[in-house]
Structure formats: C-alpha cells, structure tokens
Design a protein around this ligand. Structure first.
Ligand SMILES: *Cc1c(COP(=O)(O)O)cnc(C)c1O
Length: 411
C-alpha cells in the first residue's frame, strides 16, 4: 500500500499569496473601474538589461551550431561563470574563493531547501520570525518538526523573533542549535545586519559547532557602505557558513533561473562517531547525483551581469528600485506611518497604524487606497501588526500608491 509523506500534511495550506489573490480578485470584480496597485509580491518588474539579453541570445545561437553546441555541462556550473562571480562579486569585498567552492544552480529557493539533504535530521534548527517561508516549510516537509501550534510555531524548531523592540536583530537562541538560517538584507523586514552583529553569529556558530545558512539574495541592494555583502567578510565564517546568492533580484532573473551556493573547503560537520566531513564534498555529491546543471545560455546571460557594461546596466535597475523604496519610505513616513527597511533592501516593513492587525490593514489598504501589500503575519507570528510593501513596482504605480496612502493617513 502506497503511503504519502505525512509531514506534508502538517503544513498550513499555502495560505498567504492565494488568500491575497482571492481578496484582490473579489475586490476588483465588485469594483471593475478602480485601478488596484500591487506592491505585494516579491517579484521584479523591469526587463533583463541589454548586455544580458545579448549574451543570452549569443548563448542560444551557440546551441544552433554543431561547432559551439553544448550538451550537459558540469553539474556544478561552468567554471568560467564561477570565476566571473569570484572576481567580480567576491574579490572586491576582500573575499578569496576557489572555483570548487562555488556551485552554480537554478536559484536560491532550491538551494536553501536542498541543502538540508546533507545534514542529519537530528540537528536543531533556528529560524528568524518573521521569515522567508521556505526555510520553515522545508524543515517541516523533511520531518524535523511536530505539529504547528495555535500561534503558528512548529514544535522542534527554534524561532528567533525579529521585531521593532529588538531592532529586528534576533537574540542568540537560549538552547544550543546546530543550523541557523540568516537572511541579510532581510526579506520580509528589509533590515540589514552590521559587521558586529554578523561577527556575533559567526562567533556563536564557531563556539557551538553550528553552521550558518546565509541567504544573501538581496546583497546587491545594500547602499550603506559599512554593511557586509557576504558572510565571508566576517573572520571565521569560512569555517561555519554556507552562502546562497541569486541572480533573481540582483539582475531580474526570477523567470530565467540562476543562483549559486558557496561552501568553503574548511567547512566541516561531524558524523555520529565524531569524524569531521567536508560539507563541500557532500554538496558536490548531492548536486552531481540529483542535479544536471543550469542551461548554457542562462549561464552565459548570468556571466554578462558582471561584465562592465552589464553591471552598469544592472546597477541602473537596482537604483530605480531603490528610488522606489525611498519614495515609499519617505512618503509613508510623512503620513505618520512608522517604516523600517527600504534603505539597503527593496522592501519596506511598516508598523500598521493604530496597532491594526496585519490582515485588517490589508483590507483597509485595499478598500480605501486600492493598494495591495503583504500582511506581515503571513511571514510568521512576530510579523503580526506589520505589513510589507515591495519596491519592485513601476515608478508611476509607486508614486500613485504613496499619494493614495498619504491622502488617507496624511495629516
Ligand atoms: C527571492 C528570494 C530568493 C531567491 O530565490 P530564487 O529561487 O533564486 O529566485 C532567495 N531568498 C529570499 C529570501 C528571497 O526573497
């Protein structure tokens, strides 16, 4: 008799975005002439930049010619792409990596999920709250947790609340943990971690023989000069951290699919008998067995992101989004709404006015301003009373949304 993986049944139904979609659809159907502005989902809206498109086309043309055709590539990605990333994205930070430490993939969602394959089920896992839901749900799917409680916490995971009261800086866990997910700049709060804060986590991990899973999907949006772009800028991190990066938000690759995972050679974890095993070797084994690499044209396109021309164009798009973020942050601030983030991340995390619940504010914003955002409670219990607006929209929509919100709440 075939059985299902019952751990999946513990998951709350994919609630957040379907529920947003349902409410927006219902509103639009009953108000057909009102233009609803969507600042909800975390997807980009600007097209790929010309240098990337050109390289992408060239990659496709290469596939049309017997001389330049490419079949299966290395599962770890082409070394030329790894080298471009190392030279252009890591060297300027003072971070030295070897090509064998960089694994090209089809994105960070998969990598942050799949990485759990190489860790024992009995590891204790800490995640921030609120959080990118993938970290939580993939642990539930694997069977690392019990059921969800009334607050929304799964037994067996250690949750680290990130709220205005602690400056969105999680305290170290009260009980020892083995795996710690950190995402900076953060989705959903748009906040960043300082060098000192990251050093604190690296020291914690080294002292507790723990591994940090560092999601740097938004590093390209950092505008403050002192904020680290990579966990490997922190002394000791090569011994305790895995870093995930993505071309998705950096260069508009959400529909193209390319990311990378860095696992330094020094990073090890123990077997039950106490032998130390290189995580780089395990991930290599995992990827070569379960993954067949990213398509050649996509890797060509990804390399073009870091050409001089490509990077200037990509930076222009990032600046465009960050100007949106400034418009939202300052506009809402003038309307008396308390905002966090949005300086070195494309998300503004606002405190709902008058202590409204996240979903109540969602309905009010939809009904009275015709603007769609994301209720903070959808990212975890500590997101209740907060709300996320994305800066990934078009400029006119962003300006119009801010005008509507200020018209409602402005003094
Ligand atoms: C968007 C995002 C990613 C990137 O996912 P891809 O699979 O590379 O598109 C990773 N982490 C976080 C927190 C994100 O918001």
């Amino acid at each position: 008799m075939v059985k299902v993986n019952e751990h999946y049944l513990k998951l709350k139904a994919g609630y957040l975005f379907p529920e947003i979609g349902r409410r927006v659809k219902a509103y639009s159907e009953s108000h057909p002439d009102i233009k609803v502005i969507r600042l909800g989902i975390g997807d980009v809206t600007r097209p790929l930049v010309p240098a990337v498109i050109e390289a992408f086309h060239q990659g496709v043309d290469d596939m049309a010619n017997g001389e330049t055709f490419h079949g299966y590539g290395p599962e770890q990605g082409y070394e030329w792409l790894a080298k471009v990333v190392i030279d252009k994205a890591y060297k300027p930070l003072g971070v030295e990596l070897k090509a064998s430490e960089v694994f090209i993939s089809d994105g960070s969602k998969c990598d942050t999920s799949n990485i759990l394959d190489i860790f024992g089920l009995d590891n204790r896992v800490a995640i921030c709250d609120p959080v990118y839901p993938v970290y939580n749900d993939t642990n539930v799917m694997l069977g690392r947790t019990g059921e969800v409680d009334a607050r929304g916490y799964y037994s067996g995971l250690v949750y680290l609340p990130c709220v205005a009261e602690n400056n969105f800086t999680p305290a170290f866990p009260e009980e020892p943990v083995d795996l710690i997910y950190l995402c900076y700049p953060n989705n959903p709060t748009g906040t960043v971690a300082s060098r000192e804060q990251l050093q604190g986590w690296v020291d914690y991990a080294l002292a507790n023989d723990a591994v940090i899973l560092f999601d740097a999907a938004y590093e390209a949006f950092i505008t403050e000069p002192d904020i680290p772009h990579s966990i490997y800028e922190i002394p000791g991190a090569r011994k305790c951290a895995i870093e995930f990066r993505s071309f998705s938000k950096t260069a508009g690759f959400t529909g193209v699919r390319c990311g990378l995972t860095v696992i330094p050679e020094e990073l090890t974890a123990k077997t039950a008998s106490g032998e130390r095993i290189k995580l780089n070797a395990l991930w290599n084994r995992r990827q070569t067995t379960k993954f067949n690499g990213v398509s050649f044209p996509v890797q060509k396109a990804a390399a073009a992101v870091y050409s001089d021309e490509g990077w200037a164009q990509v930076q222009g798009v990032i600046d465009y989004y960050m100007e949106n973020a400034r418009i939202i942050r300052e506009g809402l601030g003038q309307a008396g709404i308390t905002c966090f983030g949005g300086v070195s991340a494309p998300y503004i995390w606002l405190k709902t006015p008058q202590g409204m619940a996240s979903w109540d504010f969602f309905d009010k914003l939809l009904n009275e301003c015709h603007v769609v955002g994301t209720p903070g409670s959808g990212f975890g219990p500590s997101g209740e009373g907060y709300f996320r607006l994305s800066a990934f929209g078009g400029r006119e929509n962003v300006q119009e949304a801010v005008k509507r919100i200020c018209g409602k709440w402005g003094k």
